[in-house]
Design a protein. Sequence first.
Length: 365
Amino acid sequence: MSYLPHIRQDLQDMQAYTVQNATGMVKLDAMENPYRLTDRLQAELGQRLGAVAVNRYPGERIDDLKHAIAHHVGVPDGYALMLGNGSDELIALLALACHAPGATVLAPEPGFVMYAMSAKLQGLSYVPVSLRDDFELDEPAMADAIAKHRPAIVYLAYPNNPTGNLWDAGCMKRLIAQVAAYGGWVVLDEAYQPFSSDTWLNEIRRDPKVNAQVLLMRTLSKFGLAGVRIGYMLARSEVIAQLDKIRPPYNVSVLNAECALFALAHAPVFAQQAADICQERQRMTQQLSLLPGLTVYPSQANMYLIRFQGEPDGASQVFEALKREHILVKNVSKMHPVLHRCLRVTVGTGPENDAFMAALRKVLI
């Protein structure tokens, strides 16, 4: 007897999202901010959370959070914000909103896995377009796919995960214009904006009419609150008004909201952490560039890619050897052909990065 008669077969055929066990490891696999709050700030946050009325549903405090984020970001006139339980929920809601016969989602790959997963779970067609070998957008292939499929949503991560690079601005403008011409949306995922030298929000401010079909998505996870699970989306007010209809009520908890408000009130602390991460990123890529047998790629995020020369499964061998040294990174070598022999490494604290370098040198001997 089957206990799953009403579970969709495509769902049964899928693999669940897995999280690596990091017990006892130097954790450099998930692009988290490695810095904890100071003891003083941790104590202050604890006092604030202790005063929250957890017996009540979230109310006005959620509006306070939206106003605080809007002030922090500098939301342009005519735009509004919607909060999500992390960016994952916002991606799922976008797929739900666009679920119509023949609707398609398109994204360059390799990219964030939730773009494809959310589309498929909602019954939308998903069209991947491979990046070039240098990790840049293949503009002719993207333009052809957009013309053929007329996707309701095109995702462009800026910077991209897992490659860490920013796309060419001219290419992005042309793709945005092509999608906007038939009324599609371009969702710019700026999850790694705290570590990037650019944001598309500058383009939205400069020319809001040209970017009217652009939705900008960010998260507080990379800001330093990965455990709090808050993402937000910025778009024209009339777009947010429609998307807000399918947002689950009370999707952000009072405790999460209070954590986020506390963090935004101490934004300079987190800005300094981001600056320290960028400095460590530069130090690490410089050191890695001196090692033989590998290539390290420049990054605008809080992670970087390393490609190992030699055997086809060389990255997997290095990954397992690093685990034996209690260093946990992300093996992306089988995620997509352009990532062959690649590992993705999160930028950690100075001591964590030094431990990684020591282990890597030992492994490569």
